[in-house]
Design a protein around this ligand. Sequence first.
Ligand SMILES: [Zn+2]
Ligand SMILES: [Zn+2]
Length: 276
Amino acid sequence: MELEPGIHQLAFGREPLPGFPPPNAFLVCGSESAALIDAGWESEDDHRARAAYLREVNAPPISEIIVTHRHPDHGGGALHMHRETGAPIACHPNDREAIEQERLHGEMTVAREMRHGDKRDLGGISLEAVFAPGHTAGCIALFSPERKALFTSDTVMAVSTTSIAPQDGDLSDYMSTLRMLQDVDARIMYAGHGGPVNDPPRRLEALIRHREERERAILDALRDGPLTPAELRVRIYAGLPEARERLAERQLVTTLVKLIADGAAASEEGDRYALR
Ligand SMILES: [Zn+2]
Ligand SMILES: [Zn+2]
C-alpha cells in the first residue's frame, strides 16, 4: 500500500500476538534508488508476497535493507530480501551481533552500520538514522527530513504501547528516547505495526505519561510491603486474560529494574521487590 508518493507499507505475515497487527516493512523510493526498512518475518509465503509487491510497484533498485532492530518480526526476512535484491543489510552496531546470529543464522554478516546521524540519499528523498535505544539496545528510527516522516519501528506505535522485555530492553533508555524524539520535527510517524501516528507530539506525551503513571502505581502498591511480579500484576493489571499475564509481569520487571536504578525500589529474597 502506497502511503504517500514513494513510501510504501508492506504488512505481511502473522500477528506476533493475538489481535496485534503483523509487522510493517517500508519501501522508500527516491529517483535514484530505494531502501527497504525492515523485512518482516522469515517465511517463504511472506517473502513471496513482499517480492511480488516490489515487482508490482516497479521499485527502483534497492540499495539497502535497513533492519531497525533485532526482533524476528522485523529482521527475520532480511536474508531472503538480500538474496532477492542483492542489497546489503544495515543495522545499528548494538544489535548487529544478534541480527547476524539470530536473523541471518551466521550465513552472512551485516555489511553496513547505521549510527545516529548517518544519512542515505535516495534521490529527492533521504533517510537519516536516529538512535532510539530502549525497546532493544540497538533500535533505530529513520527520519526523512523532506517528508518530515519518522519511521519509528516498535519504539512508537499508534496501536499499542511498546513492550520492553527485561532481557533485551531498557526502560530508562526508552524514556530518554521518547523525550529525544519530542525534538524531532516529525509530521507523521510510520510505526512497525499497525497504522501511522498522525499526531506525534500528542502520542509521545501520552506514552511518557503512561510510563510515569505505571511507575507511580508500582510504588503505591509496594507501600503495603514487598511483592513478587505476579502479586504486583494482580494489583495493577486486574482482570487480565491469562495469555497476557506473563507479558504483563515482564513489563513490571522492566519497570522495577528502572525503579531500582533510580534508587526508588530494591529487590529482595524470594523474587520480591520493596520500596527503598
Ligand atoms: Zn521489536
Ligand atoms: Zn515488532
